[in-house]
Design a protein around this ligand. Structure first.
Ligand SMILES: [Ca+2]
Length: 365
């Protein structure tokens, strides 16, 4: 955990600031000094009369005694908060196989303890989408249940034409979403259940209930890294144009159950920090090392000092048939938010007009 998070957690818990709790220990890096340690910097502490000092000390000692178990509590609370931030609830479903119908029956029973996607109401409007992988031919979804974090669906979905010997090759992919009237539905999380991980002989004779914790969709990106992107830029001052070639990417995270991804790149031209033009590459299906080789020309607004007010933003996304396309990583060139390598590349482009200059960049969050 970084220190930057600690104070904000304390603020959220509405607890006293750290320097109030432990006035005699050094402040954490980056925080302002506590009242009793600031003597050297503001010179006031040495002026305290001894009795005042001892009274102060007593106050703080008493406070320390009262607060000392709280310190452990803070840590526990922080841990719980972190855990609860990643805890997305559970999905309960049932499986049954019927030989006489060649059918797999999946019952979406309920979800428990879903997070609130509508923060105003403190609840969600959840529904569950289900598809059978790898073929993605069978796709179904439950009805939306309003204003609940513990929806009970009890909906049965029957998938016909599935031989019993095919079951071990099938993975159930559930996506839990919250309906949003005004924009794209929010993804709460997902559950994968490979049927070769359960005892399928049991579902021949009876219904089997399974409860799984819902996983964050972005978890797989965080654990694998975001990969790198190769782009080439050419600045043509006479025409007031910037040519951008999106060449390729590598080491992308495995976004899909197939162990692959369907990457594409969105590019934005920013002028004074505002997005003023947008382009995108084609989707490269089922690859972790896509070759795009696509060239884009941006007209730079007149009146600026060359590329001074201009920057570029690249978003690498994974296309998905079922759910919202997910951002794998981003890159900024020019502007204030660039990293060292990006800054270096951008300066070279600005200082060497009419030359195509290519460089690899690590994608960031
Ligand atoms: Ca995909």
């Amino acid at each position: 955990m970084t220190y930057g998070r600690a104070p904000s957690t304390r603020e959220r818990l509405n607890l006293p600031k750290p320097e109030m709790l432990t006035p005699n220990t050094p402040s954490p890096p980056g925080s302002s000094p506590g009242p009793l340690e600031s003597g050297v910097s503001n010179g006031n502490q040495n002026d305290y009369k001894p009795e005042v000092q001892s009274v102060l000390k007593d106050i703080y000692n008493t406070e320390n005694e009262v607060q000392s178990p709280t310190k452990e509590e803070i840590e526990t609370n922080e841990k719980n908060l972190q855990q609860s931030a990643s805890y997305l609830g559970q999905l309960v479903f049932k499986l049954r196989y019927k030989h006489e119908k060649n059918a797999l029956i999946v019952s979406v029973v309920r979800c428990k303890d879903l997070p609130a996607k509508d923060l105003n109401l403190g609840s969600s409007d959840p529904y569950v989408k289900l598809q059978l992988l790898p073929d993605k031919q069978h796709k179904v979804k439950t009805r939306v249940l309003r204003k609940t974090r513990n929806p009970v669906y009890d909906e049965d979905f029957t998938f016909y034409g599935i031989g019993f010997n095919q079951l071990p090759n099938i993975t159930l992919h559930f996506v839990i979403l919250s309906f949003d009237r005004y924009s794209r539905d929010d993804i709460i999380g997902e559950v994968f259940c490979a049927l070769n991980s359960i005892d399928i002989s049991q579902i021949e004779t009876q219904q089997m209930a399974i409860c799984r914790e819902i996983q964050a969709r972005s978890l797989k990106i965080r654990s694998q890294g975001r990969g790198e992107l190769l782009v080439s830029l050419c600045w043509q001052p006479a025409a007031n144009r910037l040519t951008v070639v999106v060449l390729k990417a590598r080491n992308l995270p495995k976004m899909d159950v197939t162990g692959l991804a369907d990457p594409y790149v969105k590019l934005y031209l920013l002028y004074n920090g505002q997005r003023i033009a947008k382009k995108k590459t084609h989707v490269k299906k089922r690859t972790l090392s896509p070759v795009f080789n696509e060239s884009f020309v941006f007209d730079i607004p007149q009146g600026g000092e060359g590329l001074e007010a201009v920057s570029l933003e690249f978003l690498l996304l994974d296309w998905d048939r079922v759910t919202k396309n997910e951002i794998i990583g981003r890159l900024e060139l020019g502007g204030t938010k660039t990293t060292n390598t990006a800054q270096h590349h951008w300066n070279e482009v600005c200082n060497s007009p009419r030359r195509q200059i290519a460089d690899w960049h690590k994608l960031r969050e």
